[in-house]
Design a protein around this ligand. Sequence first.
Ligand SMILES: [Zn+2]
Length: 313
Amino acid sequence: MKALAIDLGGTHATCGLVEDLTILAHQTLDTDRAKSLSGVLPRIAESFRELIQSRSLTLSDFAGLAVGFAGIVDSRIGQILATNDKYADAKEIDLSAWSRDSFGLPLRIENDARMALLGEFHGGAARGFTNIVMMTLGTGIGGAAMVEGRLLRGKHAQAGCLGGHFTVLFTGRRCNCGAIGCAEAEASGWSLPNIVNDWPGASESALAMRAEIGFKQLFEHAAQRDKVAMAVRDRCLNVWAADAVTLVHAYDPEIVVIGGGVMESAEAIIPYIESYVVEHSWTPWGKVRVRAAELGNNAALVGAIPLLSESRP
Ligand SMILES: [Zn+2]
């Protein structure tokens, strides 16, 4: 079975052609400056046309279109319910109609971390487990949970997917979501430049000279023993680790899988979070595993066919 798949994140849209658990071809569009989703959809359609042509395929080869979206999504009605400071028009767009008109294909849409969890469950780090928590660390912090083999969705489609908005510091920074001290406000791509700028001594840090302050730059300068970079990195690690403990306490998983753009520095992240989780979680049954996503940035695309094959929740 072949499908079209889109991973729609905060700063990118990755379009892929997938066959079962294999990605045949993919293309990533930079959407950092895009404000409206309606402005991005024609670029996505064009990207798919190019990909399909490059593989000498036609639309009739594909069974459907699966979309992973970084926001609150109700897959039962195929609708985006809420977005976080990006794509404010998404709630008004009938994506099923767009998919029918553009490709003649049925559409399934799901929260991007849930789709990534499906990918890791079927073809990645969480194979063989049925109780799984997924964290995606990037522009924001995504989350998803599978309990006893079923993706957790909940009454309002937001169960398990707000792991980035667990409070880690009630006196902390205001989050885009309206709460205070969310993990995402304390350690994510969008909040990192403010965190660095507010850090004591920031102006003497090599980070202050960088045009862009992302986790790539943070980990680079921390490895070069820049004091501010080391302190901010260690704080972010503790925020993620505390968030992981809360996720473990909330969802009782056997394994926590961590993905997202930050995993380029996985060797500096996974061992720290795992030892913190083992030390601080109340799990009398044993030790929770913490593993890097095996599928990397492609996890959501690999979850496309499992999502399309799932009976409607
Ligand atoms: Zn929040």
